[in-house]
Write a protein that binds this ligand. Structure first.
Ligand code: PBG
Length: 332
């Protein structure tokens, strides 16, 4: 008997047929655009390692938001770059903090644009860690450790003040144990029972955050984030992280970074029914931009393929610095 050739090319024959059998579609509704806001006036300052991404002062922000809304991008993730930093990151939970002000300003003009507030302290603390640092002596050496439970109080204050300012979704990215539970309780007690939590559930201690830390001035002043962010080698532990967040009341689960962690996106998709968010982080953006600026790659084709890949892996939503570009390309 002749060996039967499987004829897969029949369904690839024409663009029409290919589009009929296409399994995954990327749309503008899948995208969220990160935005950096800062104090001052007349500031639209490009982040050197992230061409095309800027710090905006409030007076310069509207033009950018107008464009995002016009392109149909459904939401943004707000990151604050404060004027001053201290040990507890008090500008993170100040009702007049930069994120709170930006949220009120944007909501006044665009009540329907979804504002996701990143809930963390690292941009706001003078030591650059995502929680409270407990300094003590060990064998005559001074060491600083990030104190889990002491941090929760400040993270809750931050989340509540962001909800008070009008944030639609709270996205805690600090990786303290129990942060979802603490923030859920805090939001509920303050009357924000209807504000969802998009938890950065599976956040790895990654070198891909490098450009963001330059952008947000949030590099830790000592040590690293490996005592709270996950070891890139671990996949089973990702399930424990996600499971804990589900039990604690998360409404969406995030995997971050995305490109080197597609297996984790797929695992979470298979295991949980909550919406899965992929964060296509700063380093992933910078690598593509750098190669594109050299003329080495076709930026549009590469970005489209990357973002489609994240959806195929199981992401429902993608936070990406390419959101505006991709939305433009999808319109063409
Ligand atoms: C704050 C935070 C970080 C990112 C998002 N929220 C930095 C970090 O954990 O060091 C990184 C985003 C990016 O690289 O695009 N904790």
């Amino acid at each position: 008997m002749a060996y039967p050739t499987t004829r897969l090319r029949r369904l690839r024959k024409t663009a029409g047929i290919r589009s009929m059998v296409r399994e995954t579609i990327l749309t503008t509704d899948d995208l969220l655009m990160p935005i950096f806001v800062t104090h001052g006036v007349q500031i639209k300052e490009e982040i050197s390692s992230m061409p095309g991404i800027y710090h905006f002062s409030l007076d310069m922000l509207n033009v950018e938001i107008d464009e995002i809304v016009r392109l149909g991008v459904p939401g943004i993730v707000l990151f604050g770059v404060p004027a001053s930093k201290d040990a507890t990151g008090s500008s993170a939970y100040d009702s007049n903090g930069i994120v709170q002000q930006a949220t009120r300003q944007i909501k006044a003009k665009y009540p329907d644009l979804v504002i996701v507030a990143d809930t963390c302290l690292c941009q706001f603390t003078d030591h650059g860690h995502c929680g409270m640092v407990h300094v003590h002596e060990v064998n005559g050496r001074t060491v600083g450790e990030v104190d889990n439970d002491a941090s929760l109080t400040y993270l809750v204050k931050t989340a509540v003040s962001q909800a008070e300012a009008g944030a639609d979704i709270i996205a805690p990215s600090n990786m303290m144990d129990g942060f979802v539970h603490a923030i859920r309780l805090g939001l509920d007690e303050a009357g924000y029972t209807d504000v969802p939590i998009m938890s950065y559930s599976v956040k790895y201690a990654s070198a891909f955050y490098g450009p963001f830390r330059e952008a947000a001035h949030s590099t830790p002043q000592f040590g690293d984030r490996k005592t709270y962010q996950m070891d890139p080698a671990n996949a089973r532990e990702a399930l424990r992280e996600a499971e804990a967040d589900v039990v604690e009341g998360a409404d969406m689960l995030m995997v971050k970074p995305a490109l080197a962690y597609m297996d984790i996106i797929r695992t979470l998709r298979n295991q949980f029914d909550l919406p899965i968010v992929a964060y296509n982080v700063s380093g992933e953006y910078s690598m593509v931009k750098a190669a594109a600026l050299q003329g080495w790659i076709d930026e549009r084709a590469i970005v489209s393929e990357m973002l489609l890949g994240m959806k195929r892996a199981g992401a429902d939503l993608i936070i990406t610095y390419f959101a505006k570009d991709m939305a433009k390309w999808l319109q063409e």
